[in-house]
Ligand binder design. Structure first.
Ligand SMILES: [Fe+2]
Length: 235
């Protein structure tokens, strides 16, 4: 009986760790990354710090009524089979609608307040999302595919798309960002990081206060590359 319990437990562990989403991602990308959690490597790039007036955006983010709630494990009709498989993967790992919530505002709803954040980097087509994550909430281990962005803005596959992650407040205890094998914490307001394509990452709030961050997704232009190289970000 003990042997059977052990065997079933091992099967359960294997199912949780190697669900079909993660198995197929690893198989498809085995030549792009080491998939070795023991390696001491830097898996994101710190780019610099944006200087601008954060006040109006922070004020806006104080009121939850300005946000739309987004649940990462929620299946919706327009999802293709790959996205549904990914969501099932999150659920298999134990995530649920109770711990994958974030509140989001996009630049489309408040264009004036979002203008500095949309324009400072020199992106071409661009989508800005401000996120509020309450304690206990996760965006579980995932990659950004930009499939929705390309579709919404009609961006073809041969045009490069990337994402800046921008910290809207100084770091607080319990606020974390993990990219591949590298933890980012103790950030300052305005700090910007960028991940290599397909780099898996996690962001979570295990702290005491809401976590305020932003993603700026867009097409790479000459102006974007010039500003990025200069490391000077201001608006
Ligand atoms: Fe992400």
């Amino acid at each position: 009986m003990k042997f059977l319990d052990c065997f079933l437990y091992m099967i359960l562990l294997i199912c949780i760790m190697d669900n079909s989403y993660w198995l197929s991602f690893k198989e498809e990308n085995k030549d792009n990354w080491h998939f070795d959690p023991s390696q001491k490597v830097q898996d994101f790039t710190y780019l610099g710090r944006l200087k601008t007036d954060f006040g109006p955006l922070i004020d806006l983010m104080k009121n939850d009524k300005n946000f739309t709630e987004y649940i990462m494990v929620q299946n919706i009709k327009k999802h293709d089979s790959k996205l549904s498989q990914r969501i099932q993967g999150f659920r298999d790992w134990g995530f649920s609608e109770h711990n994958t919530k974030s509140l989001q505002i996009t630049d489309k709803e408040f264009p004036e307040i979002f203008k500095p954040f949309k324009e400072f980097a020199g992106f071409g087509e661009c989508n800005v999302v401000a996120l509020k994550q309450y304690p206990g909430q996760f965006l579980p281990w995932h990659q950004d595919t930009y499939v929705g962005f390309r579709k919404d803005y009609g961006v073809p596959d041969d045009v490069q798309v990337t994402r800046y992650s921008l910290m809207l407040e100084d770091w607080k205890w319990g606020h974390y960002f993990l990219a591949g094998n590298s933890v980012f914490h103790q950030w300052k307001q305005g700090d910007i990081i960028e991940l290599p394509p397909k780099m898996h990452h996690v962001t979570c709030n295990a702290g005491m206060e809401p976590k305020l961050t932003m993603t700026i997704t867009g097409t790479v232009t000459d102006e974007f590359l010039k500003i990025k190289e200069s490391g000077i970000f201001e608006y």
